[in-house]
Write a protein that binds this ligand. Structure first.
Ligand code: DX5
Ligand code: ZN
Length: 230
């Protein structure tokens, strides 16, 4: 790769990224709303898959992801809130996920799940709930592309951020830096214009926002959030 493209690639990796969660979109007009966030500069698209077991609610699964993939090449950041995620990794890879995040609390053998995701050519992320300590991710840090620190209890959009989780973001970022690794830290839940700076300052590099993007004027919401993340 020519030197200038290499520098561009490195800069790209250093940039914080916004990942709108379609859970808060108007499903009647899902395609239109995805195009709107893409046009407004979304880096990723966050896709919440809920199974009614790991979390109380049920959202959507592979057919929705396949349809999205057919119409856009935006990076699909898939968040599996699913018991025994190992059962479904292949299906999610096949339907077009670019990155697959699974919950550490839900997997029997997290290392095997990470290896499976990577063997399918996808990026791998591990996710921890608010009650799971930062140290739980230590054995996997060198194996993953991302750690997703939930900033609300997973299961529903539109909740308030749990301030104690911001401290956990700081701890995870410190653990990554101490090991000299290039791992993203994603935050998810209750992110707003008002608090987004506090999470990037704590070390988050991928910011999920559902309600703060899709409720109200999407392009204005996107502009205000993007302004605050670099
Ligand atoms: C919650 C989901 C989140 C949710 C975020 O379980 O993982 O991605 O959609 O929604 P907001 O930004 O509205 O809290
Ligand atoms: Zn999510």
């Amino acid at each position: 790769m020519p030197a200038d493209r290499n520098i561009l690639r490195q800069r790209e990796q250093l940039m914080n990224k916004l990942s709108p969660s379609i859970l808060a979109a108007d499903f009647w007009n899902l395609g239109g709303e995805i195009l709107a966030v893409q046009k407004a500069g979304a880096h990723y698209l966050h896709i919440d898959v809920m199974d009614g077991m790991f979390v109380p609610s049920i959202s959507f699964g592979m057919p929705v992801i396949s349809s999205i993939r057919k119409h856009t090449d935006i990076f699909l950041d898939v968040h599996l809130m699913v018991e025994k995620p190992e059962r479904y990794i292949k299906e999610f890879a096949d339907c077009g996920a670019d990155l697959i995040n699974f919950h550490l609390e839900a997997a029997q053998d997290p290392e095997a799940v990470i290896c499976l995701i990577r063997s399918l050519g996808k990026k791998a992320g591990i996710t921890i709930k608010p009650g799971t300590p930062a140290e739980a991710v230590t054995p996997y840090l060198a194996l993953v592309d991302m750690v997703l620190v939930m900033t609300v209890e997973p299961g529903f959009g539109g909740q308030k951020i749990l301030p104690s989780c911001i401290e956990k973001v700081r701890l995870v970022r410190r653990m990554i830096e101490e090991r000299g690794l290039a791992v993203d830290v994603e935050v998810d839940g209750g992110i707003t214009r008002e608090n987004i700076r506090s999470v990037t300052e704590a070390g988050a590099s991928v910011l999920v926002a559902g309600s703060a993007v899709f409720k109200g004027d999407i392009s204005e919401n996107m502009r205000e959030l993007l302004l605050r993340i670099q």
